[in-house]
Design a protein around this ligand. Structure first.
Ligand code: NAD
Length: 499
């Protein structure tokens, strides 16, 4: 019997009623392992009803008590880490150790959100006028939603729900239909941790459920992560409806390699950053920009040696460096791009096409691919491929390398590898991207800083996690207060001037 995944509404599993399902694959085997119910508009409305009814009591619970539930949840997730990582890998295809990282980097933000009693403090000014004090409060928005991608099915839902719940909101998650297993388990663990029913719910679905969430006036904010066209359309729709949205999109992250860098260290870092998780990371490095032909020639050689030694394997194989792509459609897309790069005249140094794994012939595997002499006009450079394909674009000098990064449509993350502090500082200051690594290949900020790309990688003005998340999931109320003793002077007819 195939496994069926439904919804988690009102503290329990609720059978989907639409009769519509999406297949859940096991990418290592290339087989359907189950199916997930796709919610109707009415089912989404039911979840919002439950959330709206439960949220006021949660908002009235002290932030410290809310934080204790977050703490218990973190413990429970860690106690269940092995099971969660195995489930995640079986649906996504990333290797188990990488799934553990996916979960842990999500918990990092839930742990940060446990500082809610401090982070929700308002401001206070006494005597802004005679006998008048002003203070501000951060209040929850009410019911909020998260719409998340397939590539981090634990981390990104946790980045969204940790701060949202800590701030007193009810949260409805619409996870990716490709790997809904872990989000459903997180819902069960929230209940086990003591979260009241209706405060964290999972509605599985596709565009229909996202549209229903967008159009319900009781849902006040959307934390979206996924591809750029969908990010932009959700941001636009939310703005039309007068709602808040932070929508993070695709990426094409460049690593600039200066001639003074230690090229063995660079190649070791780059091979993991480019090919880890089969390149299905929004912070993967997909473009390397060596400065000068001498650096480029040496780097290509070192990358070729390393790429050819990588072990591609089933997600449960502890020796595998990376596993399969998430779906046949993803594999077809990556293969197609490699063909486009070849046809456009890029030099194919390592070709990952045609890779098969013995015993897993139907799995969605592809070997590491390395292109040299890629130019700015090629689709392998302009587009996000989201696979284990690294493009080398040669720059004649530092300024040309910097301009390449800054001029690209996407601006998620970038890194510079150098021993020169002056170049590193100049790069961090001038480059037009949201996150920068200096001798750090994948600069995903820790949970108490914020994460967010620029340009086509992010729509909205507040980043994910860190203090911005609390700003996003709360609204500020400002109170100006005068007690009777300050009102002795009788009526006033002009605007007070603060004297
Ligand atoms: P996707 O855009 O296909 O899906 C993301 C979410 O949107 C899913 O929940 C999906 O069900 C929903 N969705 C899909 N089509 C929709 C539509 N027409 N209307 C409404 N909702 C829709 O993205 P994906 O393939 O799951 O994830 C990969 C993408 O996410 C890549 O582009 C990657 O770079 C990006 N990503 C970005 C970040 C970041 O922080 N910038 C992080 C992780 C992933």
């Amino acid at each position: 019997m195939t496994r069926e995944v439904h919804h988690h509404i009102g503290g329990e599993i609720v059978q989907g009623a639409s009769g519509r399902f999406a297949d859940i694959y096991n990418p290592s085997k290339g087989e359907v392992q189950g199916r997930v119910a796709l919610a109707t508009r009415d089912e989404v409305t039911r979840a919002v009803d439950v959330a709206a009814a439960a949220q006021p009591a949660w908002a009235a619970t002290s932030p410290q008590k809310r934080a204790r539930i977050l703490g218990r949840f973190v413990e429970l997730v860690r106690e269940n880490l092995d099971e969660l990582a195995a489930l995640l890998s079986s649906e996504h295809g990333k290797v188990i150790a990488d799934s553990m990282g996916d979960i842990e980097r999500g918990l990092d933000v839930v742990e940060f959100a446990m500082a809610a009693p401090h982070l929700l403090k308002g401001e206070y000014s006494d005597t802004v006028g005679r006998g008048i004090d002003t203070y501000s409060m951060r209040q929850p928005l009410g019911v909020v939603a998260g719409i998340t991608p397939f590539n981090f099915p634990a981390m990104i839902p946790l980045w969204k729900c940790g701060p949202a719940l800590a701030a007193g909101n009810a949260f409805i998650l619409k996870p990716s239909e490709r790997d809904p297993g872990v989000p459903m388990r997180l819902a069960e663990l929230w209940i086990e941790a003591g979260l009241p029913a209706g405060i964290f719910q999972v509605v599985n679905g596709d565009k229909e459920s996202v549209d229903a969430l967008l159009e319900d006036p009781r849902v006040k904010a959307y934390g979206f992560v996924g591809s750029t066209p969908i990010a932009q359309s959700i941001y636009t729709r939310a703005a039309e409806l007068g709602k808040r949205a932070q929508c993070f999109g695709g990426a094409k992250n460049h690593m600039v390699i200066m001639p003074d860098a230690d090229l063995d260290q660079v190649a070791d870092a780059l091979v993991g950053a480019a090919y880890g998780s089969a390149g299905e990371r929004c912070m993967a490095i997909s473009v390397a920009v060596p400065v000068g032909d001498e650096t480029a020639d040496a780097l290509v050689q070192k990358m070729k040696e390393r790429a050819e030694k990588l072990t591609v394997g089933a997600s449960e194989d502890p020796k595998a460096d990376y596993g399969p792509l998430v779906a046949q459609s993803a594999l077809d897309r990556v293969v197609d791009y490699i063909g486009q790069g070849e046809a456009a005249g890029a030099e194919l140094v390592v070709d990952g096409r045609g890779f098969t794994l013995e015993g897993h012939e139907k799995g969605y595997f592809i070997g590491p691919t390395l292109f040299d002499k890629v130019t700015k006009d090629m689709s392998v450079y302009t587009d996000e491929i989201f696979g284990p394909v690294l493009c080398i674009v040669r720059a004649k000098d530092y300024e040309e390398a910097l301009a390449l990064v800054s001029d690209h449509e996407y601006g998620n993350g970038t890194s510079i590898m150098t021993r020169n502090g002056d170049a590193a500082r100049d790069f961090a200051t001038r480059v037009d991207t949201g996150m920068v690594g200096i001798n750090v290949p994948i600069p995903v900020p820790i949970g108490f800083y914020t994460f967010g790309g620029w340009k086509a990688s992010g729509f909205g003005d507040l980043n994910q996690h860190g203090p911005d998340a609390f700003r996003f999931y709360t609204k500020t109320k400002t109170v100006t207060s005068r007690w009777a003793a300050g009102a002795k002077d009788g009526s006033a007819f002009v605007m007070p001037r603060g004297d």
